[in-house]
Design a protein. Structure first.
Length: 212
């Protein structure tokens, strides 16, 4: 393994070149990573002289928290959450909510939705937007697909079994890049983000039901 710093201008999913003991190599930027992040690159077990550049498997640095705490925290998440109404640019009003379900074993699924009302400037088709994604309890990056073609990823940076914190990245095809932070407890979730043309937004959720 070698340590590599993601260069400026490289976004998740993009390729970039690094120099390794085996020569120049093309690698892929993992989901949830950004320029300036240091990641571990697994070297090929055999170097072939004159071989073309290859893609290598990349992994994030090991977390500085106990993974057992993350698994224990995730097991407490299933249930229903309702968000406080959010007003965008003084006109668009969102009423978000989401649910988390255990899909069996250590796999979980999130499904969210929000109605939207405005003067007619709403950027969401049909005045509604939804999002969904699945992950394993040990996943450090958790990605949601958004119904308007966008996506969002949280990269977990802290967890002690009572709360979780992470960096949020993503993209909205109409509004632009998404960047921010998320902090969760078992009963609350707060996301502070900058979403392209929408600007700074804060989403506050509270648990209203626990999965049976």
């Amino acid at each position: 393994m070698i340590q590599v710093t993601i260069p400026a201008g490289v976004q998740e999913g993009a390729q970039f070149q690094v120099n390794t003991p085996s020569g120049p190599t093309i690698v892929n930027c993992p989901p949830g990573c950004k320029p300036g992040d240091t990641i571990a690159v697994e070297m090929p077990t055999v170097a072939v002289a004159g071989a073309p550049m290859v893609s290598l498997v990349m992994a994030r640095e090991p977390p500085d928290f106990d993974m057992a705490a993350l698994v224990a925290f995730t097991k407490k998440l299933p249930g229903e959450f309702v968000g406080a109404p959010v007003t965008i640019k003084g006109c668009i009003k969102l009423n978000p909510s989401y649910s988390v379900r255990n899909m069996g074993g250590d796999r979980y699924r999130l499904e969210g939705k929000s109605g939207a009302s405005c003067c007619g400037c709403c950027p969401f088709p049909g005045g509604r937007v939804s999002w969904q994604g699945e992950w394993e309890a040990t996943d450090l990056t958790r990605r949601w697909a958004i119904s308007n073609g966008g996506h969002q990823t949280i990269t977990i940076t802290k967890c002690d079994g009572t709360f979780l914190a992470g960096d949020v990245t993503g993209n909205d095809p109409q509004q632009g890049p998404i960047k921010g932070t998320q902090v969760m407890t078992v009963n609350t979730s707060t996301m502070k983000m900058v979403i392209g043309k929408m600007g700074e937004l804060t989403f506050d959720f509270k648990r209203v039901a626990t999965a049976g």
